[in-house]
Design a protein around this ligand. Sequence first.
Ligand code: PGA
Length: 249
Amino acid sequence: MNRPVLAANWKMNNGPTMSREFMQAFLDQYPRQNDRTILFFPPALSFAAVADAIDDRRDILLGVQNVHWEDQGAFTGELSVNMARDAGARVILVGHSERRHVFGETDEQTALKCAAAERSGMTPLLCVGEKLEEREAGQASEIVVRQLRAGFSGMKQLATRDVMVAYEPVWAIGTGRTATPEDAATMHGIIREELKELCGDRARVTPILYGGSVNPGNAASLLRSENVDGLLVGGASLDAGSWLAIAKA
Ligand code: PGA
């Protein structure tokens, strides 16, 4: 198995003060572990607080929850990949289901964002996942493969560059309804096969994370599923105790 990646997506939670408190509580209990990578996606305004807290911890990486694809300019409210890199981010979350389904992010936009990440030497973490009605209509894998191909379609060096994928079925996000380890393994296998087409040999080492109502009780069994290389966690990453349990899973 690849070295697991355990990612906390805080969404629009934890301002700078809460982020500092959280990191202090977490780091006190989480000594450096070399067999896994921890990744935090704090809100942009809390990024510096988290970056200061992790300081020299090379086992912990930071990412941003969203970027614009242009390098700079008149885009009020947006952040560029170069700014994210300058602030210390290594990973860009792209196409999270809330971006797609609450804010209307399209496949084309995910492609532009992944390409921007590549240009600036950052790793895109592309999220893919079907809605409940799509799963019930038997279209889950078709949707996931479409999002995957589209998201990476603007990248030119997929065979040599680091990318990550998260399978996040929309019906499992924030609902308490998790995909079973078997469901996850099936879809992750499909994603791995598709990645072989896109990235060649690199597909074997491309982390494919599962996300959607992960909690301390189901984290270990999901991580044991075939082709599940890590977890992307929303709600359960907001409490230092439950996040600690998942980080140590
Ligand atoms: P959840 O969110 O863990 O709260 O379901 C996961 C995500 O949206 O990345």
